[in-house]
Ligand binder design. Structure first.
Ligand SMILES: Nc1ncnc2c1ncn2[C@@H]1O[C@H](COP(=O)(O)OP(=O)(O)OP(=O)(O)O)[C@@H](O)[C@H]1O
Ligand SMILES: [Mg+2]
Length: 303
């Protein structure tokens, strides 16, 4: 069996439901992520996406089950796993540059000051922040710029795994588009593994190698793993003309609009719950006909 870089094994999360009972968010969820893969997860509000991400980050303990990275069980936060939250979480008293160098200094303790600054400046430039602007404090930056700083900070630390929880949720559509493309650029240059939560179907198709689809909770399931059969590099304006784009999009819309509810609330009965792989590719040639069938057809033509 192929070993994944990140392996989520029989993850179960329950919480007290506030009325003396128990809320089972998900049960026995199992899936894997390969090294260098960009995986997005889509699902309705409250199904448990952030809960999964917090466990992957080591920020919270699951009720049962285990997450393994490179074969080692995740326990507690680590510099090997970078997290970008929706609210940027920059340090307000530090400049953009210092927000980035802060983490690099913690990770690479023997680097010289110049090397740290050079490294941070390079990552800020990758997200389009150059010149005087990098010396501004977060309060002097726009929302989009702040989000770029937090992406540069996460990538600059070169974590093995990058976890993004709706990182562009608060941005307007235009800024969002620019930053998505910057994120793709940085990712393709660094080959880091990314797990990203989003509510935006088009964003997920643009960015992901695979999209995990989650049913509604409680007892939510990661029900499908949809491969994005659109070649890279991808540019928003071009991918919409690819023959697979709307076929994949329709599948995702159907799932979120209908099947996520129909499949909701199914208990695992102790079984490990892995997503079904889905591959939609309209560009694939039709399968070769069976030789017997060809012979029969030839006979029919000749007779
Ligand atoms: N610490 C907690 N205590 C009790 N219940 C919790 C806790 N954290 C999350 N939940 C519940 O678990 C469920 C999943 O929450 P989670 O935040 O993972 O959802 P989500 O899929 O990220 O939603 P959204 O898209 O709105 O961010 C929700 O019903 C939520 O109320
Ligand atoms: Mg969430």
């Amino acid at each position: 069996m192929k070993k994944n870089f990140l392996s989520i094994e029989r993850l179960t999360q329950t919480f007290p439901d506030g009325a003396g009972g128990t809320l089972t968010v998900f049960e026995n969820a199992s899936f894997g992520i390969d090294k260098g893969e960009f995986v997005c997860i889509l699902g309705h509000s409250g199904c448990g996406k952030s809960t999964i991400m917090n466990v992957l980050a080591g920020l919270s303990e699951p009720t049962s089950g285990v997450v393994k990275m490179d074969g080692v069980a995740v326990s507690g936060p680590s510099l090997d796993r970078g997290v970008v939250f929706q609210n940027y979480s920059l340090l307000p008293w530090l400049s953009a540059l210092k927000n980035v160098t802060f983490g690099i200094k913690a990770r690479y303790r023997n680097w010289s000051r110049d090397k740290v600054i050079e490294h941070a400046t390079r990552y800020l430039a990758m997200v389009g922040l150059e010149g005087d602007v990098i010396h501004r404090k977060p309060s002097q930056l726009s929302g989009g710029m702040r989000q770029r700083v937090s992406i540069a900070r996460a990538f600059a630390n070169q974590p093995k795994l990058l976890l993004l929880d709706e990182p562009f949720g608060a941005l307007d559509a235009l800024t969002r588009g620019t930053i998505q493309e910057e994120l793709l650029k940085v990712w393709s240059q660094t080959e880091q593994t990314v797990f990203m939560i989003t509510h935006d179907i088009d964003e997920a198709i643009l960015l992901a190698d695979r999209i995990l689809l989650m049913t509604n909770g409680p007892f939510a399931r990661v029900a499908e793993s949809v491969e994005i059969t659109i070649p890279r590099p991808r540019v928003r304006t071009d991918i919409v003309t690819h023959p697979n784009y709307y076929a994949i999009r329709n599948h995702l819309v159907q799932f979120l609009g209908k099947r996520s509810k129909e499949l909701a609330g199914q208990r695992s009965d102790g079984e490990s719950q892995s997503p079904d792989p889905v591959r939609i590719d309209l560009t694939e040639p039709a399968p070769e006909p069976e030789p017997d069938l060809v012979r029969a057809q030839l006979k029919a033509v000749n007779s």
